[in-house]
Design a binder for this molecule. Sequence first.
Ligand code: AMP
Length: 398
Amino acid sequence: MDHLLVVNAGSSSIKFRIYAVLPGDRLDLDLKGAFDGIGAHPHLFADDDHGRRVEDDAFTAGQVPTVAAALDRLDDWLLERLGGERPVAVGHRVVHGGPDFANPVPVDDAVIAKLEALVPLAPLHQPNNLLPIRIIRDRLPGVPQVACFDTAFHRGHPDVADRFALPEALYREGVRRYGFHGLSYEFIAHRLAEIAPDLAKGRVVACHLGAGASACAMVDGRSVESTMGFTALDGLPMATRTGQLDPGVVLYLVQAKGLGAAAIERLLYRESGLLGLSGVSADMRDLEASREPGAVLAIDYFVHRIVREIGALAAAMQGLDGIVFTAGIGENSAALRARVMERLAWLGLVADPAANARRDTVVSAAGSRVQALVVPTDEEFMIARHTLATLRAMAPAG
Ligand code: AMP
């Protein structure tokens, strides 16, 4: 039986999946797991296809200080799980595809060099995305690897959504509004077509609310606008990232406070967002459990910005038929969803509080002009589909 491996390496976690490739290229999930808490409380866990936990191992921060160290341990473990067989291909999430990659691409030296050049645009993610590609090339030479991009789903944006009001020369060298979380939004579009086909053809704002957060305007399943731009910093506030910020603040930090690039990067990517605002935690569960004024303010601000962006994206689409909540906060925080929905009443959204508390798929009331859905995202499934399709295009069957 052929197997596909999917790797989604982030800043402190590596998610992985093994899929069996069934006749007709159907994908069957065999193993799903993660190595998370890397550098803090490293934890490797995995569930088999029946949801049974088959691995649950805790490590000290010293044993697994970095993503590279985690990959080292994971490699042997995964190959063992595969019974010594090599996967037919490995698919990776790569956050930034720049202007050149509008589709998944088989990885070779030239592709790696281009992706390396994009590291400054996604310093938190891109290096960790590229690391497993290199390690697997060394350990499994000849196994095709496919890079799947978070930017690709947005590459069809109209010009007005793709540009900053900057001189043309900067646009040409790649300073564009790329948009991110594209694999998540592509999955949402795919899933909506199955569960709500009429809505899928309409105007939808999908809100990916996790440690990273953004919203995407989709018309007929295609992205037309996103709250994220050149980097994964723009738009909604995130766990530790600012979200939208007047660029004048950065000038002030440089000119009046003498901060250098590294200090500003740390501030914008790691010390701001919900963590910076609250002074309590970057984690929504902690904020919801806290009575500290900073925690209350951070949630208020998050809700305010989500509602503001949904309004802006609805205007960009000239109307709104539905919203979708997804990712850690969107899927799990009924309180957050309730507050967002309440503030969208002016757009014609009527919430169903009981359905929302139960986390039904549809959390708006029957007859609500704007529908609201909770759709768990599955970036890894999207990567697996792209990887298999790319593999087939490389070496057509038969
Ligand atoms: P993600 O990046 O998609 O894994 O999402 C991480 C975020 O989801 C963190 O802020 C978590 O606090 C949040 N989250 C996960 N479960 C819950 C929950 N039950 N209630 C509120 N927030 C949650």
